[in-house]
Design a protein around this ligand. Structure first.
Ligand code: ZN
Length: 481
């Protein structure tokens, strides 16, 4: 009888809760966008297409095994740049750093806020059987150029060089120093970019803007958003490859122990997969939900405006689904390798288990190894780090560099929403995080899902119109730096 008078509190609490989340959702609206700046940007389509096709024809395939690299193709590529971009080579100071690093410097009116435009010119190998057209002939058909490296990432390299060459022909002197930083070893995590950054560091250069490949202008990132999104990476996840190993006496498979060492590794896998890393709403992901969520339909805005209470639901859904959403929210573990006995009837004398982790937020190589060892819970197993790197720092979105990139995107793809995001892949740009927190990862192209699937895959190709937009973007950016 004593409880009854307070029962009305329950519906009142529910009503208050609903009112709060609905009011928050209603107020969760996008900021007003700046008007689109109409600018005259003249492009020499014929020259751009011809230069680009010749770039694609150079087979600059990098390989960790240097003996397999055709260095003549790299030399041919460098010579092609000198031939097609004479003003870049005449008016800018060129330096070769490391095996394939190319650094160009143009002095601006001031050296206080330098800009670095990055790209890489190596490409990954191809399996020609899977291609509909040859991968290094740069065939142009129906307005589309085919070839390895068209998207990743000779298009951005071409965009940078065409725009700078043209600007120089028009007497361009930037407000601030401009550097072009290219490497031919990005795909194999080579040293050239590191050398370039060390050189700049030694010169005391602190960039106010570094722009490298990364996200693109894409559709359907967040449910309920019907405009394209321009995804600008402001951080990268880290990576870690580890190997667990365990040894035994071996022996005949007819009289096995209760659990062979492979069985023990499997137990570890079950335990590790059964306890995913904790959910983290890292700064880039929070900013992405905050930007894109505001453009979503009301139903989704209820969720995005109230992540404080919907986060556990999001977490549970991500854990179950895996994939993209899960990778945004936690450090992921992929069990990728397992090796035991060479014969069916022999107990393995040694067994190994390989995993690849992608580290998020405050997880480090060290803390991740500690967690894996603890979960594996077997002191006969030893853990070895094969390779790895910690997550990058998160770049600022409260500075001139960010605003310049944002404006150039807005004025080039006016229907796109510009948003920060977390990049899953690793790029050379992370080396720059050593000297600045203004590193942005954006591949200046509108790409369909189908086109994105060809990156590192078969039939990589780019529509000429997409390539021209890339040049347009860099032309705008150059005017603002
Ligand atoms: Zn790339």
């Amino acid at each position: 009888m004593l409880i009854l008078p307070f029962l009305w509190l329950i519906p009142a609490a529910i009503a208050t809760f609903l009112a709060v989340i609905l009011i928050r959702a209603a107020a969760f609206r996008p900021e007003k966008e700046a008007p689109v700046l109409e600018e005259d940007i003249a492009l020499d389509e014929e020259k751009i297409v011809a230069d680009f096709r010749d770039m694609i024809r150079c087979k600059t395939v990098s390989d960790r095994n240097e003996a397999l690299v055709d260095w003549a193709e790299f030399a041919r590529f460098e010579a092609l740049l000198a031939e097609r971009f004479p003003l870049v080579h005449e008016k800018m100071n060129k330096k070769k750093l490391g095996k394939t690093g190319l650094l160009f410097h143009l002095a601006g009116r001031s050296s206080a806020e330098p800009t670095v435009l990055m790209s890489h010119y190596d490409v990954v190998p191809v399996e020609e059987e899977g291609w509909e057209k040859p991968a290094f002939e740069a065939i142009l058909e129906d307005g589309v150029i085919w070839g390895r490296g068209t998207l990743d990432t000779k298009a951005t390299l071409c965009g940078v060089l065409e725009s700078v060459e043209r600007a120089l022909a028009e007497g361009y002197v930037p407000e601030n120093d401009l550097y072009l930083s290219f490497s031919g070893e990005e795909e194999i995590d080579g040293d050239s970019c590191r050398f370039i950054v060390s050189y700049l560091e030694a010169q005391g250069v602190t960039p106010a803007l570094v722009l490298d490949e990364g996200g693109a202008v894409v559709d359907h990132v967040v449910p309920g958003v019907h405009r394209p999104s321009a995804m600008v990476g402001i951080a990268e996840k880290g990576g870690l490859s580890v190997e667990f190993s365990i040894a035994s006496e071996g022996g005949h498979a007819s009289t096995p122990p209760a659990h062979t060492i492979l069985g023990q590794l499997c137990r570890a896998v079950t335990r590790i997969e059964g306890k995913p890393f904790p959910c983290q709403l890292s700064e880039p992901t929070r900013k992405m939900f905050d930007t894109l969520g505001r453009h979503s339909t009301f139903l989704y805005r209820v969720i995005f405006a109230n992540l404080w209470c919907f986060r556990p639901i999001l977490d549970a859904m991500a854990k179950k689904s895996g994939g993209d959403m899960n990778a945004l929210l936690r450090t992921t573990v992929a069990v990728t390798r397992m090796e035991g006995s060479r014969a069916y009837n022999v107990l393995p004398p040694k067994a190994t288990l390989g995993m690849n982790l992608r580290l998020l937020g405050h997880d480090t190589m060290e803390s991740a190894c500690q967690r894996l060892t603890k979960l594996a819970d077997n002191d006969k197993m030893s853990l070895r780090v094969v390779s790895g790197m910690n997550p990058s720092i998160t770049s600022s979105t409260d500075c001139g560099g960010w605003e310049k990139v944002k404006a150039a995107i807005h004025n080039t793809w006016s229907d796109a929403i510009v948003t920060p995001y977390l990049m899953m892949a690793c790029s050379d740009s992370r080396h720059y995080c050593r000297i600045t927190d203004k590193v942005y990862r954006f591949s200046a192209m509108y790409l369909t899902k189908e086109e994105r699937a060809t990156i590192h895959g078969h039939n990589e190709r780019i529509p000429v119109q997409t390539l021209l937009k890339t040049v347009e973007f860099y032309t705008r950016l150059l005017r603002s730096i």
